[in-house]
Design a protein around this ligand. Structure first.
Ligand code: 2P0
Length: 325
Protein backbone atom coordinates (compact mmCIF):
# COMPACT_ATOMS: atom_id res chain seq x y z
CA UNK A 1 0.00 0.00 0.00
CA UNK A 2 2.76 2.34 -1.02
CA UNK A 3 3.19 4.50 -4.13
CA UNK A 4 5.24 7.45 -5.38
CA UNK A 5 3.93 10.09 -7.79
CA UNK A 6 5.37 13.19 -9.39
CA UNK A 7 3.37 16.28 -10.41
CA UNK A 8 4.39 19.61 -11.91
CA UNK A 9 3.12 23.00 -10.94
CA UNK A 10 1.16 25.18 -13.37
CA UNK A 11 0.72 28.82 -14.22
CA UNK A 12 -2.75 30.16 -14.99
CA UNK A 13 -3.23 32.16 -18.19
CA UNK A 14 -6.90 32.64 -17.27
CA UNK A 15 -6.94 32.98 -13.50
CA UNK A 16 -8.97 31.12 -10.90
CA UNK A 17 -10.04 33.95 -8.62
CA UNK A 18 -12.87 33.32 -6.18
CA UNK A 19 -14.77 30.39 -4.75
CA UNK A 20 -18.48 29.62 -4.77
CA UNK A 21 -17.94 26.89 -2.13
CA UNK A 22 -15.06 27.19 0.35
CA UNK A 23 -15.40 23.66 1.69
CA UNK A 24 -15.47 21.71 -1.59
CA UNK A 25 -13.23 24.29 -3.31
CA UNK A 26 -15.60 25.12 -6.15
CA UNK A 27 -14.59 28.14 -8.22
CA UNK A 28 -16.62 31.09 -9.44
CA UNK A 29 -15.07 30.88 -12.93
CA UNK A 30 -13.32 28.47 -15.30
CA UNK A 31 -9.55 28.88 -15.46
CA UNK A 32 -6.85 27.74 -17.89
CA UNK A 33 -3.19 26.97 -17.27
CA UNK A 34 0.07 25.69 -18.70
CA UNK A 35 1.82 22.92 -16.79
CA UNK A 36 5.49 23.78 -16.22
CA UNK A 37 8.39 21.33 -16.43
CA UNK A 38 10.71 23.34 -14.16
CA UNK A 39 8.86 22.94 -10.87
CA UNK A 40 7.54 19.72 -9.40
CA UNK A 41 6.80 17.69 -6.27
CA UNK A 42 7.52 13.99 -5.69
CA UNK A 43 5.45 12.35 -2.99
CA UNK A 44 5.42 8.87 -1.49
CA UNK A 45 2.34 7.73 0.40
CA UNK A 46 2.59 4.59 2.50
CA UNK A 47 -0.65 3.41 4.13
CA UNK A 48 0.15 1.05 7.00
CA UNK A 49 -2.10 -0.94 9.34
CA UNK A 50 0.24 -0.32 12.29
CA UNK A 51 -0.06 3.50 12.21
CA UNK A 52 -2.39 5.39 14.54
CA UNK A 53 -2.04 8.75 12.86
CA UNK A 54 -0.72 10.25 9.62
CA UNK A 55 2.74 11.78 9.40
CA UNK A 56 4.13 14.18 6.81
CA UNK A 57 7.69 15.17 5.97
CA UNK A 58 8.56 17.88 3.45
CA UNK A 59 12.12 17.86 2.12
CA UNK A 60 13.04 15.56 5.02
CA UNK A 61 11.57 17.78 7.78
CA UNK A 62 8.59 16.76 9.91
CA UNK A 63 5.63 19.09 9.22
CA UNK A 64 3.07 20.02 11.90
CA UNK A 65 0.35 22.66 12.40
CA UNK A 66 -1.90 23.90 9.59
CA UNK A 67 0.08 22.43 6.64
CA UNK A 68 -0.05 19.00 8.32
CA UNK A 69 -3.76 19.37 9.03
CA UNK A 70 -4.40 20.19 5.35
CA UNK A 71 -2.67 16.94 4.37
CA UNK A 72 -4.43 14.75 6.92
CA UNK A 73 -7.82 16.33 6.09
CA UNK A 74 -7.11 15.60 2.44
CA UNK A 75 -6.29 11.94 3.23
CA UNK A 76 -9.66 11.77 5.04
CA UNK A 77 -11.27 12.05 1.59
CA UNK A 78 -9.59 8.78 0.61
CA UNK A 79 -10.44 7.16 3.95
CA UNK A 80 -14.09 8.13 3.47
CA UNK A 81 -14.10 6.94 -0.15
CA UNK A 82 -12.68 3.51 0.69
CA UNK A 83 -14.43 3.12 4.04
CA UNK A 84 -11.03 2.40 5.62
CA UNK A 85 -11.47 5.07 8.25
CA UNK A 86 -8.71 3.83 10.58
CA UNK A 87 -5.98 3.47 7.95
CA UNK A 88 -3.21 6.04 8.29
CA UNK A 89 -0.28 6.97 6.10
CA UNK A 90 3.30 8.09 6.17
CA UNK A 91 3.66 10.87 3.58
CA UNK A 92 7.07 11.97 2.33
CA UNK A 93 7.29 14.88 -0.11
CA UNK A 94 10.21 16.43 -1.90
CA UNK A 95 9.42 19.84 -3.33
CA UNK A 96 11.35 21.02 -6.38
CA UNK A 97 9.51 24.34 -6.29
CA UNK A 98 11.62 27.13 -4.79
CA UNK A 99 9.19 28.96 -2.49
CA UNK A 100 10.78 32.23 -3.53
CA UNK A 101 9.64 31.60 -7.11
CA UNK A 102 6.12 32.54 -6.10
CA UNK A 103 4.58 29.42 -7.56
CA UNK A 104 1.93 27.78 -5.49
CA UNK A 105 3.75 24.61 -4.39
CA UNK A 106 0.27 23.53 -3.26
CA UNK A 107 -0.58 22.86 -6.93
CA UNK A 108 2.12 20.25 -7.56
CA UNK A 109 1.93 19.18 -3.90
CA UNK A 110 -1.72 18.18 -3.79
CA UNK A 111 -1.64 16.68 -7.30
CA UNK A 112 1.29 14.41 -6.33
CA UNK A 113 -0.32 13.57 -2.97
CA UNK A 114 -3.67 12.64 -4.55
CA UNK A 115 -2.03 10.51 -7.24
CA UNK A 116 0.24 8.68 -4.78
CA UNK A 117 -2.61 8.09 -2.30
CA UNK A 118 -4.96 6.77 -5.02
CA UNK A 119 -2.27 4.45 -6.41
CA UNK A 120 -1.24 3.21 -2.97
CA UNK A 121 -4.88 2.26 -2.38
CA UNK A 122 -5.21 0.65 -5.86
CA UNK A 123 -8.20 2.84 -6.68
CA UNK A 124 -7.71 2.92 -10.47
CA UNK A 125 -9.23 6.40 -10.73
CA UNK A 126 -9.76 8.09 -14.08
CA UNK A 127 -7.93 11.40 -14.59
CA UNK A 128 -11.28 13.15 -14.11
CA UNK A 129 -11.85 11.43 -10.76
CA UNK A 130 -8.28 12.19 -9.70
CA UNK A 131 -8.75 15.83 -10.66
CA UNK A 132 -11.90 16.00 -8.47
CA UNK A 133 -10.00 14.61 -5.49
CA UNK A 134 -7.05 16.93 -6.12
CA UNK A 135 -9.29 20.02 -6.36
CA UNK A 136 -10.38 19.51 -2.76
CA UNK A 137 -6.77 19.89 -1.59
CA UNK A 138 -6.13 23.12 -3.49
CA UNK A 139 -8.11 24.50 -6.42
CA UNK A 140 -5.28 25.18 -8.85
CA UNK A 141 -3.87 21.70 -8.13
CA UNK A 142 -6.65 20.00 -10.11
CA UNK A 143 -5.07 21.44 -13.29
CA UNK A 144 -1.70 19.79 -12.48
CA UNK A 145 -3.13 16.31 -13.09
CA UNK A 146 -2.50 16.93 -16.80
CA UNK A 147 0.45 18.13 -18.85
CA UNK A 148 0.28 20.76 -21.57
CA UNK A 149 -2.59 23.25 -21.66
CA UNK A 150 -5.39 22.57 -19.19
CA UNK A 151 -8.82 24.03 -18.42
CA UNK A 152 -10.60 23.68 -15.06
CA UNK A 153 -14.33 23.53 -15.65
CA UNK A 154 -16.03 25.27 -12.77
CA UNK A 155 -19.11 23.03 -12.98
CA UNK A 156 -22.61 23.84 -11.81
CA UNK A 157 -23.51 21.11 -9.33
CA UNK A 158 -23.45 21.75 -5.61
CA UNK A 159 -21.59 18.51 -4.86
CA UNK A 160 -18.66 19.45 -7.14
CA UNK A 161 -18.98 16.30 -9.26
CA UNK A 162 -18.72 18.36 -12.48
CA UNK A 163 -15.86 20.62 -11.35
CA UNK A 164 -12.62 19.14 -12.73
CA UNK A 165 -9.81 19.79 -15.18
CA UNK A 166 -9.54 18.69 -18.82
CA UNK A 167 -6.61 18.85 -21.21
CA UNK A 168 -6.94 21.39 -24.05
CA UNK A 169 -3.66 20.49 -25.80
CA UNK A 170 -0.85 18.07 -24.88
CA UNK A 171 2.68 18.90 -23.70
CA UNK A 172 4.22 18.53 -27.17
CA UNK A 173 1.58 20.71 -28.88
CA UNK A 174 3.54 23.96 -28.63
CA UNK A 175 6.98 24.92 -27.32
CA UNK A 176 6.48 28.15 -25.40
CA UNK A 177 8.60 29.27 -22.46
CA UNK A 178 7.79 30.78 -19.09
CA UNK A 179 10.45 32.72 -17.20
CA UNK A 180 9.76 33.06 -13.47
CA UNK A 181 11.25 36.45 -12.61
CA UNK A 182 12.07 36.39 -8.90
CA UNK A 183 12.12 39.75 -7.18
CA UNK A 184 13.45 41.07 -3.94
CA UNK A 185 10.26 40.92 -1.85
CA UNK A 186 9.83 43.42 0.95
CA UNK A 187 6.45 42.62 2.39
CA UNK A 188 4.56 39.47 3.26
CA UNK A 189 1.88 38.56 0.74
CA UNK A 190 -1.83 38.47 1.43
CA UNK A 191 -2.40 34.68 1.20
CA UNK A 192 -4.25 33.80 -1.99
CA UNK A 193 -7.14 32.17 -0.07
CA UNK A 194 -7.71 35.29 2.02
CA UNK A 195 -7.18 37.61 -0.98
CA UNK A 196 -9.69 35.85 -3.20
CA UNK A 197 -12.29 35.68 -0.44
CA UNK A 198 -11.98 39.38 0.38
CA UNK A 199 -12.27 40.19 -3.32
CA UNK A 200 -15.38 38.06 -3.90
CA UNK A 201 -17.01 39.46 -0.77
CA UNK A 202 -16.22 43.15 -1.28
CA UNK A 203 -14.73 44.15 -4.64
CA UNK A 204 -16.86 46.53 -6.69
CA UNK A 205 -14.99 45.20 -9.77
CA UNK A 206 -15.69 41.50 -9.16
CA UNK A 207 -18.77 41.33 -11.42
CA UNK A 208 -16.80 42.88 -14.27
CA UNK A 209 -14.10 40.24 -13.80
CA UNK A 210 -16.64 37.41 -14.01
CA UNK A 211 -18.37 38.90 -17.06
CA UNK A 212 -15.10 38.95 -19.02
CA UNK A 213 -14.13 35.30 -18.46
CA UNK A 214 -16.15 33.50 -21.15
CA UNK A 215 -14.82 35.65 -23.98
CA UNK A 216 -11.21 35.38 -22.70
CA UNK A 217 -11.52 31.59 -22.52
CA UNK A 218 -13.03 31.22 -25.99
CA UNK A 219 -10.33 33.41 -27.53
CA UNK A 220 -7.36 31.93 -25.69
CA UNK A 221 -8.40 28.35 -26.49
CA UNK A 222 -8.62 29.25 -30.18
CA UNK A 223 -5.21 30.95 -29.88
CA UNK A 224 -3.60 27.92 -28.21
CA UNK A 225 -4.95 25.52 -30.83
CA UNK A 226 -3.76 27.85 -33.64
CA UNK A 227 -0.40 28.47 -31.85
CA UNK A 228 -1.02 32.20 -32.17
CA UNK A 229 1.46 33.55 -29.62
CA UNK A 230 0.41 37.20 -29.75
CA UNK A 231 -3.21 36.27 -29.25
CA UNK A 232 -2.50 33.94 -26.33
CA UNK A 233 -0.01 36.32 -24.71
CA UNK A 234 -2.18 39.40 -24.98
CA UNK A 235 -5.28 37.63 -23.58
CA UNK A 236 -3.27 36.13 -20.70
CA UNK A 237 -1.72 39.49 -19.82
CA UNK A 238 -5.06 41.32 -19.97
CA UNK A 239 -6.73 38.62 -17.87
CA UNK A 240 -4.02 38.94 -15.22
CA UNK A 241 -4.46 42.71 -15.13
CA UNK A 242 -8.21 42.32 -14.67
CA UNK A 243 -7.70 39.88 -11.79
CA UNK A 244 -5.31 42.30 -10.08
CA UNK A 245 -7.71 45.19 -10.70
CA UNK A 246 -10.32 43.40 -8.58
CA UNK A 247 -8.02 43.65 -5.54
CA UNK A 248 -7.90 47.44 -5.91
CA UNK A 249 -11.71 47.51 -5.76
CA UNK A 250 -11.86 45.42 -2.55
CA UNK A 251 -12.60 46.83 0.91
CA UNK A 252 -10.01 47.35 2.23
CA UNK A 253 -8.14 47.64 -1.08
CA UNK A 254 -4.87 45.75 -1.53
CA UNK A 255 -2.37 44.83 -4.20
CA UNK A 256 0.15 42.05 -4.67
CA UNK A 257 2.41 44.33 -6.71
CA UNK A 258 5.57 46.01 -5.51
CA UNK A 259 7.64 48.64 -7.30
CA UNK A 260 9.86 45.89 -8.70
CA UNK A 261 6.77 44.13 -10.11
CA UNK A 262 5.90 47.26 -12.08
CA UNK A 263 9.53 47.53 -13.21
CA UNK A 264 9.32 44.11 -14.88
CA UNK A 265 5.89 44.89 -16.38
CA UNK A 266 7.27 48.05 -17.99
CA UNK A 267 10.27 46.13 -19.36
CA UNK A 268 7.91 43.60 -20.97
CA UNK A 269 5.92 46.46 -22.56
CA UNK A 270 9.19 47.97 -23.80
CA UNK A 271 10.21 44.62 -25.31
CA UNK A 272 6.99 44.64 -27.33
CA UNK A 273 7.60 48.23 -28.46
CA UNK A 274 10.96 46.90 -29.69
CA UNK A 275 9.04 44.20 -31.59
CA UNK A 276 10.12 41.33 -29.34
CA UNK A 277 7.00 39.34 -28.39
CA UNK A 278 6.83 38.86 -24.60
CA UNK A 279 3.82 38.94 -22.25
CA UNK A 280 3.55 38.74 -18.47
CA UNK A 281 1.26 37.13 -15.97
CA UNK A 282 1.27 37.54 -12.16
CA UNK A 283 -0.33 35.42 -9.42
CA UNK A 284 -1.10 36.26 -5.81
CA UNK A 285 2.38 37.63 -5.12
CA UNK A 286 4.91 40.16 -6.40
CA UNK A 287 6.83 37.95 -8.84
CA UNK A 288 6.24 38.12 -12.57
CA UNK A 289 6.13 35.27 -15.07
CA UNK A 290 7.07 36.18 -18.63
CA UNK A 291 5.83 34.19 -21.64
CA UNK A 292 7.90 34.07 -24.82
CA UNK A 293 8.93 31.87 -27.75
CA UNK A 294 12.21 29.88 -27.66
CA UNK A 295 13.86 31.89 -30.45
CA UNK A 296 13.67 35.10 -28.38
CA UNK A 297 15.01 33.59 -25.16
CA UNK A 298 18.48 35.11 -25.10
CA UNK A 299 17.37 38.69 -25.81
CA UNK A 300 14.47 38.53 -23.37
CA UNK A 301 16.43 37.05 -20.47
CA UNK A 302 19.20 39.64 -20.90
CA UNK A 303 16.67 42.46 -20.81
CA UNK A 304 14.83 41.03 -17.78
CA UNK A 305 18.08 40.52 -15.86
CA UNK A 306 18.83 44.23 -16.26
CA UNK A 307 15.64 45.29 -14.39
CA UNK A 308 16.17 46.70 -10.90
CA UNK A 309 15.24 44.26 -8.13
CA UNK A 310 15.46 41.09 -10.24
CA UNK A 311 17.16 38.45 -8.08
CA UNK A 312 16.90 35.37 -10.24
CA UNK A 313 15.15 34.01 -13.33
CA UNK A 314 14.09 30.38 -13.69
CA UNK A 315 13.00 29.19 -17.12
CA UNK A 316 10.41 26.47 -17.69
CA UNK A 317 9.16 24.65 -20.75
CA UNK A 318 5.68 23.15 -21.02
CA UNK A 319 5.51 20.23 -18.57
CA UNK A 320 4.00 16.76 -18.29
CA UNK A 321 1.10 15.48 -16.23
CA UNK A 322 1.31 13.09 -13.30
CA UNK A 323 3.79 10.23 -13.50
CA UNK A 324 4.55 7.32 -11.18
CA UNK A 325 7.79 5.68 -10.07
C1 2P0 B 1 -4.59 30.46 -10.29
N1 2P0 B 1 -4.23 31.42 -8.02
O1 2P0 B 1 -5.46 30.27 -11.17
C2 2P0 B 1 -4.84 31.57 -9.31
C3 2P0 B 1 -4.39 32.90 -9.83
C4 2P0 B 1 -3.58 32.61 -7.59
C5 2P0 B 1 -3.87 33.63 -8.63
O2 2P0 B 1 -4.99 29.38 -7.73
O3 2P0 B 1 -7.64 28.14 -1.86
O4 2P0 B 1 -3.64 27.85 -3.84
O5 2P0 B 1 -6.09 26.25 -2.33
O6 2P0 B 1 -8.01 26.72 -3.86
O7 2P0 B 1 -5.20 27.22 -5.74
C6 2P0 B 1 -3.86 30.20 -5.91
O8 2P0 B 1 -4.83 29.66 -5.11
O9 2P0 B 1 -6.13 28.33 -3.71
C7 2P0 B 1 -4.40 30.32 -7.27
P1 2P0 B 1 -7.01 27.31 -2.90
P2 2P0 B 1 -4.89 28.13 -4.63
O10 2P0 B 1 -3.52 29.79 -10.28
Amino acid sequence: MRATAKAHTNIALIKYWGKRDEQLILPMNNSLSVTLDGFFTETTVHFRDDLETDSFTLNGEEVSGVPFERVTKFLDLFRDYTGKTDLFAKVESINHVPTAAGFASSASGFAALAAAAAKALDLNLSEKELSIFTRQGSGSACRSVYGGFVEWEKGEREDGSDSYAVQIAPQDHWDIRVAAVILTAKEKDVPSRAGMKLTVDTSVFYDGWLKSIDQDLRDIKAGILAKDFEKVGSIAEANCLKMHATTLGAAPPFTYWQDTTLGVMHEVWQLRKDRIPAYFTIDAGPNVKVLYLPEDEEKILARLRSVKGVEDIIVSKVGAGISYK
